[in-house]
Design a protein around this ligand. Structure first.
Ligand SMILES: [Zn+2]
Length: 230
């Protein structure tokens, strides 16, 4: 990958616009508040574009997305989100992912303060790629230790909780990252409600494997209508 500076007017324009839209959607849906949370998209020049630090969704704009190159150097007048390290760690770990979103959404964060993973209590947990959504150990935000923990959690997964912190979700593109984040946050809400009564029953490994197999065909063209959607 080259580190030639991307053209800020034309390069990755659609991806950067999708990042701004996603940040505004998260804010409008109450899944992020103030300047908490951040997002990024992979840059075609190498590295990624990440939201600037300390900005609300309303304050963000195309020129307030910061290019962080593949060596971790940021460019331009704005500082990248202090949490850019784990975005880089995810892109390194998962070459198939092109977008990452992070929020302090209420229910995922509540579960993360319990330092509990989201188990296979509902089949839609498979949207994150496996039979659970792991929760990393606690590490200070912005540290390499946290990045390493997130990268490890993203092996075979598109989402994880970070203990006493929040939720991270990724996707091949921003639409998928947003779908995964919104779904996992909703599942955390259901899990916490069920947990208030008793420990929910988990699906077996085989039952989840069948869901994951089905999901491989989800969203395919009409010729796949023999594969019912979830
Ligand atoms: Zn955070």
């Amino acid at each position: 990958m080259s580190n030639a500076a991307p053209n800020p007017t034309t390069d990755d324009l659609a991806a950067r616009e999708s990042l701004l839209r996603a940040m505004r959607q998260l804010d409008a849906a109450g899944l992020n508040r103030g300047s908490a949370g951040n997002g990024s998209v992979r840059a075609s020049a190498g590295g990624f574009w990440v939201t600037a630090t300390g900005m609300t969704a309303a304050e963000l704009s195309l020129d307030r997305l910061v290019w962080v190159d593949s060596t971790g150097q940021s460019h331009g007048p704005w500082q990248p989100s202090s949490e850019w390290h784990f975005h880089r760690a995810i892109y390194r770990q998962r070459p198939d992912l092109g977008a990452v979103l992070h929020s302090h959404s209420v229910h995922a964060t509540a579960l993360a303060t319990l330092r509990r993973r989201l188990p296979a209590f509902h089949y839609m947990v498979a949207v994150a790629g496996g039979d659970d959504v792991p929760c990393t150990p606690y590490h200070l935000f912005g540290t390499e230790a946290l990045s390493d923990a997130v990268a490890a959690a993203f092996v075979g997964r598109k989402a994880c909780l970070m203990a006493n912190h929040g939720l991270v979700a990724g996707g091949a593109h921003m639409g998928e990252a947003l779908k995964v984040l919104v779904e996992i946050e909703a599942l955390c809400e259901v899990y916490l409600k069920a947990l208030a009564v008793a420990e929910p029953v988990s699906l077996s490994r085989d039952e989840m494997a069948a869901v994951i197999e089905r999901f491989r065909y989800y969203g395919q063209p009409a010729s796949r209508t023999d594969r019912p959607s979830p």
